[in-house]
Design a protein around this ligand. Structure first.
Ligand code: AMP
Length: 402
């Protein structure tokens, strides 16, 4: 029997926001986590990318905050500014009848604009850890009345080296609070964080851990580096849906985006060397369909929430199996079909083997799926296959910043 949103215990005001979003029934993660969240439990939600987790944590928060005394009471930490904007937009839509003030805090734009917004009213904050610390240091806000903290895409946040900031933020929050953590992959660092901050948490796992969405077909194309551009051009000529193209370097994103535009494709690129405003404009054009082909680096692509991405093209092989999962999670969302095509240059053979091993259910990210972790790239490498630099691999990794 299909469970309805009405049976989950949410208020009518929040249900109106759900209806306005066009959702007919809760997704599996929503069905399983919302009642627990409303009971006040700490939660660890492990789900496929695109499983509907924003509403899973957002709806119970809006339900609780609505009707309470005003003030900052809920904090959602996210890894990137794009995700920050996306989550806040979703929550404003779900909470349109609540009158709650939902603000964002992310880097790359004038901090004063965000400070002014807080002064107009702040009930719920969606923030990137670095910028939130800046605000705390300037005493622009206080976390002393925060009763709910959500860590969204916790694996990605830790991967980006945000653990020290997260700890500093937690120290500023009241000890008695509800904690929710969402992650696509359960890496050892995420386990450790949960053990420290939410030992009693209920774990809700949707599908197999770090499973890739079932609606996606995977293709691997052996190719030389010099043929990649021509292959991409030919592929795009045959596509009438959106295509998201992943590369490992900001410079490659810029160069490939320009090349595709020059030959007349409705294409653009998004990466960390573009300003927040420029990135926002690129995302909007992609969402509206004005741009159909978008070249992106991993981090820059995190905020993309477009259901109709027909193909994810890994122009460059991802550097880790987790990245493969996150990338291809951009297609096949909300039940739609999608294709993941990965170009495999001779140098990528080891990672190719690791990805195939994962898809065949032979390994899970964080348990030895990085190349260099042992024979075939699947040895344990001391820390469950994580890099030996304490998880900060992005910092020193050539071309991997985004
Ligand atoms: P998320 O995992 O929160 O990024 O959500 C992935 C996509 O699923 C977004 O486009 C949401 O708008 C959509 N979505 C979330 N919940 C539902 C639902 N109950 N029914 C249909 N679509 C949904």
């Amino acid at each position: 029997m299909t469970v309805s949103f009405e049976s989950l215990g949410l208020s009518e005001t929040v249900l109106e926001g759900v209806r306005a979003s066009g959702y007919k029934a809760p997704t599996e993660i929503q069905e399983r986590t919302i009642p627990l969240a409303l009971e006040g439990k700490d939660l660890i939600g492990l789900g496929e990318t695109g499983s509907g987790k924003t509403a899973a944590f957002g709806l119970p928060i809006l339900h609780r905050l609505h009707g309470e005394e005003a003030g900052l009471r809920a904090l959602i930490l996210v890894p990137t500014r794009e995700l920050c904007v996306q989550v806040a937009e979703d929550l404003r839509r779900y909470g349109q009848g609540t009158g709650l003030h939902i603000c964002t805090a992310f880097g790359g734009i004038d901090i004063g604009i965000q400070e002014s917004a807080f002064k107009r009213g702040l009930d719920l904050l969606v923030a990137c850890p670095g910028r939130l610390i800046d605000h705390l240091e300037r005493r622009n806000l206080t976390l002393e009345n925060v009763s709910t903290v959500v860590l969204d895409e916790a694996d990605r946040m830790l991967d980006m080296g945000f653990l020290p900031q997260i700890r500093r933020i937690f120290v500023r929050c009241p000890l008695r609070r509800q904690n929710w953590l969402f992650s696509a992959t359960m890496l050892p660092e995420v386990e450790e964080l949960c053990g420290n901050f939410m030992p009693e948490a209920v774990r809700v796992q949707i599908g197999g851990l770090s499973q890739t969405p079932r609606t996606i077909s995977h293709r691997f194309v052996a190719i030389s580096n010099t043929d990649k551009e021509r292959f991409t051009e030919e592929l795009l000529r045959r596509q009438d849906r959106r295509v998201l193209i992943f590369v490992n370097r900001k410079s490659t994103a810029e160069k490939l985006g320009r090349m595709l535009k020059r030959i007349g494709f409705p294409a653009d690129s998004i990466h960390g060397d573009k300003s927040a405003e420029a990135r926002h404009a690129v995302l909007r054009a992609f969402e509206s369909g004005r741009t159909r082909f978008l070249v992106a680096t991993d981090v820059a692509a995190r905020g993309i929430d477009v259901d109709d991405i027909g193909v994810v093209l890994n122009f460059d092989m991802p550097m880790a199996v987790e990245d493969y999962i996150h990338r291809i999670g951009r297609t096949g969302r909300a039940g739609a079909s999608g294709t993941a095509i990965t170009l495999v240059a001779p140098i990528d053979r080891r990672m190719h083997k690791s990805v195939i091993g994962h898809l065949n259910g032979e390994s899970t990210p964080g348990t030895g799926d990085r190349p260099g972790g042992g024979p075939g790239g699947r040895g344990r490498g001391g820390r469950g296959g994580r890099p030996r630099d304490g998880g900060k691999r992005r910092k020193g990794r050539p071309g991997a910043s985004a």
